[in-house]
Design a protein around this ligand. Structure first.
Ligand code: F6P
Length: 341
């Protein structure tokens, strides 16, 4: 069998571990060979391929990013996109495709499957917001990077008696903010699922200063104020219609300074959370996803994605996998509130 592999959407630590596992097991156990498509759906759309075999996956397990490259190309918004992809797959005698990506990439995979393309999905996102799986690889690495940043910010905040705001990724879901904030002992955590009241945030800040400690506020990039309480930002959109976020932390810092009279500064962690080497947890999860994805291809079980349920790797229908976004339940947020202020 000849299998195509691509990685789409925002990259995350562990993508290379998936690619390595797919190729190693596919070649050694099933005698498959592989073709890599460059930059997500752009690869099959524009017939841009690269060699993918045992030699190409040597030494990539600890490497961040993706050797295949990634993009946010949406082939469904390109005229004849599906036909062009099908033609590329035929040209390269590809029997099946493994698509590694988040809700957008897997959403496209689900529709291509409906159009007759034999595809298996592997979920990835640092945001951990895919409904079908308990965890995605990349999340643990991002949380650890954010936690280390918070640890460092605590000491400098206290030296200078400042409020420090850390803006982390999390467009629709506050998992990174919640976990990093809990692990790092934040005094306020703001997430998209729970609109915040800036007056309450400032009360927490003032309370923290009164106890002679400096407050650390962890803010997800998608956090929003209660309607009408603070100005909100709208920016340009990508080909999946997502607004480019970033800036809520800085606006909160300005409000905190104005309302409390205390100096407030913001650190935006941005893509630092996505780059670099994956944690052991993410390497293991990504490797197991890769091994099980290639099993699904061998079984000709298409239209599915691999997923983590408890400690087991299972298969879920792609269409179900992308149907719901996994957001932070209110009770999980409430657990953390005991540490606020
Ligand atoms: O989808 C993961 C994510 O990390 C989001 O939290 C974030 O909004 C987005 O990627 C930003 O990605 P990029 O800067 O590559 O568009």
């Amino acid at each position: 069998m000849r299998v195509g592999v691509l990685t789409g959407g925002g990259d995350c630590p562990g993508l290379n571990a998936v690619i390595r596992a797919v190729v190693r097991k596919g070649a050694a156990v099933y005698g498959m060979d592989f073709v890599g498509f460059r930059d997500g759906w752009r690869g099959p759309l524009e017939d841009d391929t690269l060699e993918l075999g045992i030699d190409q996956v040597r030494g990539i397990l600890p490497r961040g990013g993706t050797i295949l490259g990634s993009s946010r190309t949406n082939p469904l918004r390109v005229e004849d996109g599906v036909d062009r992809i099908t033609a590329t797959l035929q040209r390269h005698s590809v029997d099946a495709l493994i698509a590694i990506g988040g809700e957008d990439t897997l959403g496209v995979a689900a529709q291509l499957h409906e159009a007759g393309v034999p595809v298996v999905g592997v979920p990835k996102t640092i945001d951990n917001d895919l409904g079908a799986t308990d965890y995605t690889f990349g999340f643990d690495t991002a949380v650890n990077i954010a936690m280390e940043a918070i640890d460092r910010l605590h000491t400098t905040a206290e030296s200078h008696h400042r409020a420090l705001i850390v803006e982390v990724m999390g467009r629709h879901a506050g998992w990174i903010a919640l976990h990093a904030g809990l692990a790092g002992g934040a005094n306020v955590i703001l997430i998209p699922e729970r609109p915040f009241d800036i007056a309450t945030v400032c009360e927490y800040v003032e309370h923290r200063f009164r106890t002679r400690y400096s407050p650390i506020l962890v803010v997800a990039e998608g956090a929003v104020p209660v309607e009408g309480t603070m100005a909100v930002h709208t920016g340009e959109t990508d080909s999946f219609g997502h607004v480019r976020l970033g800036g809520i932390g800085e606006r909160i810092a300005r409000e905190v300074e104005t309302r409390t009279g205390k100096e407030a500064r913001c650190t935006v962690l941005g893509h630092i959370q996505r780059g670099g080497t994956p944690t052991a947890y993410d390497r293991v999860l990504a490797t197991r996803f890769g091994l099980h994805a290639v099993d699904a291809v061998h079984d000709a079980d298409y239209g599915v994605m691999v997923a983590l349920r408890g400690t087991d790797i299972v298969r879920a229908r792609l269409s179900e996998g992308v149907a719901t976004l996994k957001t932070v339940p209110l009770e999980r947020y409430t657990e953390a509130e005991v540490f606020f202020g």
